[in-house]
Write a protein that binds this ligand. Structure first.
Ligand SMILES: [Zn+2]
Length: 390
């Protein structure tokens, strides 16, 4: 009997809270997708101070062992020619201002060497990802300008297609009425241009046809900055097994999204009945916030116990990571939370302070420290470096 108990005791000892923290804090954790900047233009939260709402601030980021954040620069599809690029720059300005106000806490990283240097100085490395090809307004010189300001990935489409790339939403819902499908010739030029600049091509949000056109065009590994496994949750924003395999062949990385709707296939039905019940209240919140997502986040806060039931368990999120690792290997998975970009995340995942729970769960599944390092950021670092090289 004693003999049987020993491995168990050894394992529990290994998983002490201190041990989890040690392994977690040592890793260079890179989150590839956070939407706090576009929200901050509305909320005006001071991100250097601990906030009680939202998922991100510099205090909680430190607690969660976050070493590098790729901030999403995003605006909706109502922005187009003449407004979208300006909006992108406005959000980049607000990141620059945050950095200027807090030089001891956060600094801009334009490459992997700068990222590592900033981590050594115990500051958060801030990187820029532009989410939505519409923000370049069909202009190559706008890509150059954004790259100069620090853009390290461009998500080719958001939910809306561009004139040169079709999105996941449009490929599914407008298939027969689309003027073109996948990447146009100009879209291919854009991919090559990004390759040349060392800006990662982000395939989250793009349609399947665009996805495969990108892989046939790019000379560098791609990133899916915030997507999950379609086999577990068949949502058009998630990647099918064949796509995941193709992405691995390209040497790329898929960074798992924490949004409950992409993690749990039962989530949207549960939410629909919740919203139906509180419709009048939600309508009045939309009038205050002028934004359905922010209004829904507020509604969730008001009905905390009820909304808590809608959230999938943390184990479901971990299942996506584990599933992808088993399908395509541990070298192609990362973390792309989508914090501050969604109204719901799995239970226990409330903010950037909660990343250590992922390390804890992976240790429970007997992942080695080396593999955990890769998932938390090592793989993204590899892709970042590969894109910068000629
Ligand atoms: Zn997104």
């Amino acid at each position: 009997m004693k003999k049987l108990l020993l491995p168990f005791l050894f394992f529990s000892l290994k998983l002490s809270a201190q041990n989890v923290q040690q392994i977690h804090q040592k890793a260079i954790l890179i989150d590839t997708h956070n939407d706090v900047l576009s929200n901050q233009l509305i909320t005006k939260f001071d991100l250097a101070k601990r906030q009680t709402e939202g998922n991100f601030d510099l205090v909680r980021a430190k607690e969660g062992g976050l070493k590098a954040q790729i901030f999403s620069i995003w605006c909706g599809e109502k922005y187009g020619k003449g407004t979208a690029f300006a909006m992108a720059n406005r959000e980049i300005d607000s990141l620059y201002a945050l950095i200027k106000r807090n030089p001891d806490k956060i600094a801009l990283a334009r490459n992997s060497a700068e990222l590592q240097n900033i981590v050594k100085q115990k500051k958060l490395a801030a990187l820029i990802g532009v989410e939505g090809g519409h923000m370049i307004e069909d202009r190559m010189d706008y890509i150059d300008s954004l790259a100069k300001r620090g853009m390290r990935y461009l998500t080719l489409t958001w939910n809306n297609s561009t004139s040169w790339a079709t999105s996941a939403r449009d490929e599914v819902t407008k298939k027969d009425s689309l003027p073109h499908l996948g990447l146009s010739d100009y879209g291919k030029q854009i991919v090559r241009h990004l390759n040349g600049l060392g800006v990662m091509v982000d395939v989250s949000h793009v349609g399947e046809r665009t996805f495969y056109d990108v892989l046939a065009t790019t000379t560098k590994p791609v990133i899916a900055s915030h997507s999950c496994a379609y086999s577990i949750d068949p949502n058009r924003r998630n990647l099918k097994d064949e796509q995941l395999k193709a992405l691995a062949k390209n040497g790329g990385v898929v960074c798992v999204n924490f949004y409950s709707g992409f993690v749990d296939s039962a989530y949207s039905a549960k939410v629909q009945s919740f919203v139906k019940q509180h419709k009048a209240e939600l309508d009045s919140l939309v009038k205050i916030y002028h934004d359905v997502d922010l209004a829904t986040i507020r509604l969730n806060t008001i009905h905390k116990t009820e909304s808590e039931q809608l959230r999938p368990p943390l184990s479901m999120l971990i299942h996506h990571i584990d599933y992808i690792v088993k399908l395509i290997g541990v070298d192609h998975v990362g973390i792309g939370s989508d914090f501050d970009g969604s109204e719901s995340f799995p239970q226990e995942m409330n903010s950037v302070a909660d990343y250590p729970k992922i390390t804890e769960e992976l240790l429970k599944l007997h992942y080695s420290e080396k593999d955990i390092d890769k998932i938390l950021g090592g793989n993204v670092m590899r892709v970042l470096k590969a894109n910068a090289g000629k």
